[in-house]
Design a protein around this ligand. Structure first.
Ligand SMILES: CC(C)(COP(=O)(O)OP(=O)(O)OC[C@H]1O[C@@H](n2cnc3c(N)ncnc32)[C@H](O)[C@@H]1OP(=O)(O)O)[C@@H](O)C(=O)NCCC(=O)NCCS
Length: 205
């Protein structure tokens, strides 16, 4: 029969160790200090960083052999998220650390029905792509980027955003759902998701 006092002390010790662990992890996160992150609008001169983040987005799964960056930036299906960046409607936000180094980016662009991207719904709904530098993931950078991009979209009078995300990309799917994106349909192992930005509008097709 276990000594109840010992069981209790043991549980408390475990509890306080877990707390200490949590505090330590929070301290680790503070080293990358998302609270001093700055979000700014992207400009055409950010194209190289956006390209780097596009490569991260395609190669999100560490269990898979990564595709070479050159291939991602040459293949029409992936390149057209950025090729000719700077055309009307192209909109990006960049997260930077306090030294001005980029931590992540989110952007959207409109696609014609004749050249749809993976998350295409219609020509009035721009499609979002995003990536965060690996060492800054999981501390809120992606969430801040999404919030900022939604503000940009609303300022432009955009009524909705769409995106395509592989169903296995649990972190990204969680983030998008938390920000109100809903699954519109599934295609080839990916969700097409949509976020309505017009007040009172219901998400849907
Ligand atoms: C997806 C990505 C952009 C998110 O950015 P981030 O800075 O890591 O995101 P945040 O820290 O703001 O939020 C991550 C959320 O996912 C949660 N999360 C982390 N790992 C998770 C997992 N394995 N399963 C489910 N949720 C997870 C976190 O708890 C957090 O949610 P919360 O704020 O409700 O607690 C970033 O991780 C990334 O660049 N990944 C690789 C590229 C990629 O996948 N791009 C998107 C392609 S569609």
């Amino acid at each position: 029969m276990p000594n109840e006092a010992l069981v209790k002390v043991g549980a408390e010790t475990l509890g306080s160790l877990a707390d200490l662990d949590l505090v330590a992890r929070r301290e680790d996160q503070r080293r990358d200090n998302p609270s001093i992150m700055r979000i700014r609008r992207g400009t055409p001169s950010d194209i190289a960083f956006l390209a780097q983040m596009l490569v991260e987005a395609v190669n999100w799964d560490p269990q898979r052999q990564p595709l070479p960056g050159e291939e991602i930036l040459e293949r029409r299906e992936t390149a057209h998220y950025l090729v000719g960046w700077g055309r009307a409607g192209d909109t990006a936000v960049i997260a930077e650390d306090d030294g001005g180094a980029p931590m992540g980016a989110a952007w959207f662009r409109f696609f014609p029905a004749t050249e749809p991207a993976y998350g295409f719904i219609d020509e009035t709904i721009p499609e979002l792509a995003m990536g965060v530098v690996a060492r800054f993931r999981g501390v809120g950078v992606g969430g801040r980027l999404l919030e900022a991009l939604e503000v940009e979209a609303k300022c432009l009078g955009v009524g909705a955003l769409s995106l395509s995300v592989e169903r296995g990309n649990a972190r990204a799917v969680h983030l998008y759902r938390r920000h109100g994106f809903e699954v519109v349909c599934d295609a080839g192992g990916s969700h097409v998701m949509r976020l309505n930005l017009s007040p009172g509008a219901a998400n849907g097709r």
